[in-house]
Write a protein that binds this ligand. Structure first.
Ligand code: BDP
Length: 680
């Protein structure tokens, strides 16, 4: 393999590298089309836009172009409001030719800034400018990154280092990375950042920490990014010494009202609160025999006079509840449809369990037409190989966005999208050099969920690595396969929640003991007859939460999509699937297919050495080797374990397990990233 002689890169610039365009003809054309800049005002946001244009053009075209007041041929005019149709709203933009100039216009400065980043993307991906005419406005209003960052610098389920919010030095020291973050976030249309973990620390609402958050909000303001904070429901007890946090208590109501007022004095455009209540040990309104809507409305009413919102998480379940965990959120929340205040958004994970490699869509989508909903996805790869595996998530996100609910596709039932960030202090931000693709994808899909996975991969690859067609084609193929590979080597055919306990690193289908809904046995239900969770009417009847005809389709063994089979059915080992193989043989096939897919990704990557600098190339190569090793680990451990029930051989034409089941069951892992030892 021959390495390229491109200079080593660290990935810090993400998709905003602005490296010189090598194609001479294209460069010449761009240089004649772009000869001066005309900026219509000097607001803070347009100053950012101007700096970005100058930086991008200098990097890509190798020229410093002058700023002028007059529109000449070759001018790029930005901020020209008259030309933006009102239909583009507050954040949209238009990019078009006007005589011999190019105009980037929006109804607001932030619309112009989004347009500027789109314009630079055109250059970065080598698009023609001759007949450029683009009008774009976000399809979703709320596009928010959820950082699960703790005040002590750790990140819950963070696999790319520690938090880059330097709470200790804020508000006085503003790390340069904050500005780089703001550029990256805005370049893909994200307009909100929830800074703190949903498992919240009440301290973040004290004046001391609010001032720190305010410094970030000030820095983010020109970029159109609003700051949100997680709010701990019991904060009045913990930081104010109140005797109760009962949402109907007058003292509690007054406390939250005063807190909201205090926050808006410091952060005038504060976005609002995100709340995890009565879930996994977090306090909430149920502690006082009140409902989720009582709890959400308490905070929403406090924020309403200032224009803030409450994002109330629908990830609620309790181990005391004997009901199937995947049914509990729907059972609790759907009866409250219509009871939530107008400024409450219910944030619903893509599936009813917890960010598994594949889940059916969450049945709350389409079932609460009188409540504003947000879709929550997780870029952090908690259940997808931490930051070590290459998993491009656009197909996963789109599977949910496109899913047909009782009320149309999921995408049409939501007002926004939240993404659990995969960022951290690692120099390349996301740990895996391909991890940033998921951050990028989140922003692009939240802006326009009709974009295809392929199109997003294509532009991200061009900007991140290279515009060379053979590279882009092959690497796009790798990325598109990379979603199904972990499904196959971890949880094929609808299996779910069979990972190791607590840190979730590696397989753990044998996990039992403790609260049942955190064990694997609860979910796979393997026995001598078969495997899978019966959620049909003869079982937990979770299918009833979906509307007809999907409900019936799921309920019948023959019509249930095979990729969700064991999610909804307990299936006999001897049952014959569409492939003609029995369930056991199909499991063996799928687990092996997953390993094969990773090996193909390795071979594909090896063939791309000439297109990528050696530093990033070798980094990806090493991680793919780990992924291959861990794919085998998952396959061998799971097949050996399930074999104790099926009592059937692994067909001889497959690789046989490298070690005994006992060996895999006894593996111990210490200090796996992502679980803060000191949470509060
Ligand atoms: C689960 C994580 C846990 C989070 C929780 C949540 O294991 O660390 O706190 O989700 O979303 O996936 O609240």
């Amino acid at each position: 393999m021959k390495h390229s002689d491109k200079p080593a890169e660290e990935g810090y610039e993400l998709w905003l590298r602005y490296v010189p365009i090598e194609d001479e003809a294209l460069l010449a054309t761009y240089r004649t089309r772009i000869t001066s800049l005309v900026c219509v005002s000097d607001s803070p946001t347009l100053k950012v836009a101007q700096a970005e244009l100058l930086r991008g053009i200098k990097g890509l075209l190798g020229v410093s172009i002058p700023l002028t007041d007059t529109i000449q041929p070759g001018a790029v005019v930005f901020g020209h409001p008259d030309l933006a149709p009102p239909t583009l709203g507050d954040e949209g933009y238009i990019i078009k030719r006007l005589n011999e100039a190019i105009v980037i216009a929006g109804n607001t400065d932030i619309g112009v800034l989004y347009g500027v980043f789109h314009f630079l993307r055109l250059l970065q991906t080598h698009q023609p400018l001759d007949n450029v005419h683009i009008e774009s406005a976000p399809k979703l209003k709320y596009r928010i990154l959820n950082h699960w960052d703790n005040l002590d610098g750790t990140i819950e389920r963070g696999y790319a280092g520690f938090s880059f919010w330097d709470w200790h030095k804020l508000p006085d020291y503003l790390a340069p990375r904050y500005t780089e973050y703001a550029r990256a976030v805005t370049s893909i249309g994200i307009n909100g950042a929830a800074l703190t973990n949903v498992n919240a620390n009440a301290l973040s609402l004290t004046p001391q920490y609010l001032r720190k958050a305010a410094a970030l909000a000030d820095l983010f303001r020109p970029y159109g990014i609003r700051v949100y904070l997680s709010a701990r429901f019991s904060a009045p007890l913990e930081i104010a010494g109140l005797k109760t946090a009962d949402p109907l208590d007058a003292g509690v109501i007054a406390w939250w009202q005063a807190k909201a007022q205090e926050i808006y004095q410091i952060i005038p455009d504060f976005g609002g609160f995100i709340v995890k209540a009565n879930s996994e040990g977090q306090p909430g309104p149920h502690d006082y025999y009140r409902s989720h809507s009582d709890g959400a409305n308490l905070l929403a009413n406090a924020l309403a006079p200032f224009g803030g919102i409450v994002i109330w998480r629908a990830f609620v379940y309790a181990s005391e509840n004997p009901e199937d965990r995947t049914k509990q959120a729907y059972d609790d929340l759907v009866p409250q449809d219509g009871l939530f205040a107008a400024n409450v958004l219910l944030q619903v994970k893509n599936g009813p369990l917890d960010f598994q490699p594949r889940e059916p869509y969450h049945p709350i989508f389409g079932a609460m037409s009188h409540t504003s909903l947000m879709l929550e996805v997780q870029m952090a790869q908690e259940y997808l190989g931490l930051a070590t595996h290459m998993v491009y998530m656009a197909p996963l996100f789109k599977e949910t966005l496109d899913a047909e609910t009782c009320d149309g596709p999921v995408a049409k039932t939501v007002l926004g999208m939240a993404g659990v960030a995969n960022t951290g202090s690692d120099r390349n931000w996301c740990g895996h050099p391909f991890g940033a693709a998921n951050w990028y994808t989140f922003g692009r899909l939240a802006w326009d969920y009709t974009l295809s996975s392929e199109a997003i991969a294509d532009e991200w690859l061009r900007m991140t690595f290279s515009n060379d067609t053979p590279f882009v084609q092959k690497a796009t193929g790798m990325m598109l396969t990379s979603r199904e590979a972990p499904v196959n080597y971890m949880t094929p055919l609808g299996l779910h929640h069979i990972m190791a306990r607590s840190h979730h690193y590696g397989p753990g289908p044998w996990v039992t003991g403790g609260r049942p809904d955190w064990t694997s046995l609860y979910y796979h239900q393997a026995d001598s007859e078969g495997i899978g969770f019966n959620r049909t009417p003869s079982g937990s009847n979770a299918v009833s939460q979906y509307c007809s005809p999907y409900r019936e389709q799921l309920a019948h063994l023959d019509t249930c999509p095979e990729n969700l089979l064991l999610w909804f059915h307990h299936v006999a080992w001897r049952h014959v699937l569409k492939s003609g193989r029995t369930l056991w043989d199909e499991l063996c096939f799928k687990y092996n297919e997953g390993v094969t897919q990773v090996r193909r990704m390795q071979a594909d990557w090896d063939s791309l050495a000439e297109y990528v600098d050696a530093a990033r190339f070798e980094h990806v190569r090493a991680l793919l080797a780990i992924q291959e090793k861990e794919a085998r680990w998952w396959r061998d451990a799971c097949l050996l374990y399930f074999q104790t029930f099926s009592k059937q051989p692994i067909p001889a034409d497959y690789e046989q397990p490298a070690a005994s089941l006992e060996y895999y069951m006894n593996l111990q892992h210490y200090f796996v990233p992502g679980i803060p030892e000191q949470r509060f």
